[in-house]
Design a protein around this ligand. Structure first.
Ligand SMILES: [Zn+2]
Length: 509
């Protein structure tokens, strides 16, 4: 065994770091706050006026005065406040682009409940003055370093048939003070969390299904059912849009609906999508370890709330996990021969080929349904801190990183070393025929068939092409410089918040 090989093996042994996963505590919080739903008694005239009012892009406003309690001589607090507010702004831009809503009738945005919303004391002015807003958020923070949540949210005031009017979002300084927000990928994770939490406020909550309305503004009939699935009692959401999409997506015409998470205790169960049947979704109970997808499952749910005039289908991010996999995929035992699942111990790439990963159970995995879990220091699109980003890997194995790098299962090496098959990061492009051209050092290999095994003349080992090239070429693209923390990423295209412009949102407008 030569010296280089020994060095590689050592590197492989030390790279495995995993981050603390953000787990959402939404249901715990919803249970704690217990706010009442209010009836807005509109007279016929007011009702007619409301019917005739044109929808607008949803206008979500916020109050961060709670943060005035922070000691702003501490730079950590300054960064915490700035990044929390910026993440809110990006998320609110996203929702403004996603949803339209009929503005609530005059006077309906006045606060008329108790002294607080969440941890925030409601200002007197909010009780006497109406707001030009469709949803007003009171933002707070707590300092809870031993908890696993980065943020949580819920509504405080809810108007029957019309939806939430006031809500709260709480950030956990105890964990966020250690976040490196100068890295836009880290900031992007916070945006994803804030977007997830506000989606709960907007109606994505097991407790709120009873308040959703159909097109006749009446509650849905039998919106959920309970089924025993993989040994666990599971709530199935079967409202019209969600049911229709679940049937189409999984290719299961009689499927009752989509599964809510059935594990994780009161904080996570019942108000998230079931991890076993959909991964990397924004509304899974734990944040995606790589790229999250705001899928048509979530937009379908928002449509089924009945609170929004339209939900922008152009922002639905295509997912492929379990797509067309049939009824047994949803309700039967997990088949570890499918790429969605894995056998313990194998180290490969995650389902979407974003990162080097290992097969592990999570809090939310059903029995026998382990997934490939990405390592935090092995995301191919993130060169900084990537364990493969060193001269040995680059020179001997030809790895590459960045926006167009993905994980491929490979044992390719130059003739001086020999390695086991593993997940390696390479840059790639897709051509118009969905062939995948992979850059391995100065060599190019072309995948033109699913699961094809390709080699390089005079190199050792081989590379296994992606299982489905057409899908691989349509996986969500990452954005240039992750939109410089000034926007959200729409399948490789940055959408900048007000004040910023440019392909990566790095210029001030
Ligand atoms: Zn949640």
């Amino acid at each position: 065994m030569n010296r280089t090989l020994i060095a590689l093996l050592c590197l492989t042994a030390v790279f495995a770091t995993r981050i603390l996963q953000h787990e959402c505590v939404h249901d715990d919080i919803a249970e704690t706050f217990k706010y009442d739903v209010q009836d807005l008694n509109l007279d016929d005239d007011a009702n007619r006026r409301l019917q005739g009012t044109a929808p607008r892009n949803i206008k979500i406003t916020y109050d961060m005065s709670f943060f005035n309690n922070l000691n702003m001589t501490d730079p950590v607090n300054v960064a915490f406040k700035q990044n929390s507010e910026k993440a809110l702004k990006v998320a609110l831009q996203y929702f403004s682009d996603l949803l339209t809503i009929v503005p609530k009738p005059a006077g309906a945005m006045k606060w008329n409940l108790g002294p607080t919303c969440g941890l925030v004391t409601v200002p007197d002015a909010d009780k006497t003055t109406d707001k030009d807003s469709d949803l007003h958020l009171y933002i707070s923070y707590t300092d809870e370093p031993t908890k696993t949540f980065l943020a949580y949210a819920g509504w405080c005031r809810f108007l029957r048939v019309l939806g939430p009017s006031h809500g709260t979002v709480n950030f956990n300084l105890g964990l966020l003070r250690n976040y490196q927000f100068s890295n836009p990928i880290v900031f992007n994770d916070l945006v994803q969390i804030v977007t997830h939490e506000i989606t709960h406020v907007l109606g994505f909550s097991g407790n709120d299904v009873q308040y959703w309305v159909n097109s006749a503004k009446q509650p849905h009939v039998n919106p959920t059912s309970v089924q025993l699935i993989r040994g666990l009692n599971s709530t199935v959401l079967q409202t019209p849009n969600v049911q229709a999409y679940a049937r189409q997506y999984y290719g299961c015409p009689n499927l009752a609906g989509m599964l809510f998470e059935n594990q994780g205790g009161a904080g996570s169960a019942g108000s998230h999508w079931e991890t076993t049947v959909i991964n990397n979704e924004y509304m899974n109970a734990a944040i995606s370890l790589t790229q999250g997808f705001f899928s048509k499952f979530t937009t379908s749910l928002l449509r089924d709330t009945g609170f929004y005039s339209s939900v922008n289908a152009a922002l639905e991010e295509p997912t492929f996990y379990g797509k067309d996999a049939g009824c047994t995929f949803v309700t039967g035992a997990c088949d570890t021969n499918k790429r969605e699942y894995c056998s313990a111990g194998t180290q490969k790439c995650d389902y979407y080929y974003y990162a080097v990963s290992a097969c592990n159970p999570t809090t939310f995995s059903d029995v026998g349904c382990n997934n490939q879990q990405a390592y935090s220091n092995a995301k191919c699109y993130e060169p900084n801190g990537n364990f493969q980003n060193n001269p040995t890997y680059i020179q001997k194995l030809g790895v590459g990183f960045g926006q167009s790098s993905r994980c491929f299962i490979s044992s390719l090496s130059d003739p001086t070393v020999s390695i086991n098959e593993q997940g390696l990061c390479y840059n790639y492009t897709c051509n118009s025929a969905n062939q995948v051209i992979i850059q391995v050092g100065s060599n190019q290999v072309t995948c033109s068939q699913n699961n094809q095994v390709v080699t390089i003349p005079n190199w050792r080992g081989s590379l296994k092409c992606p299982e489905k090239l057409d899908q691989f070429c349509n996986y969500k693209k990452v954005c240039p410089n992750f939109c410089s923390s000034n926007g959200y990423c729409d399948n490789g295209v940055c959408k900048c918040i007000s004040g910023f412009k440019g392909a990566d949102c790095s210029q001030t407008a």
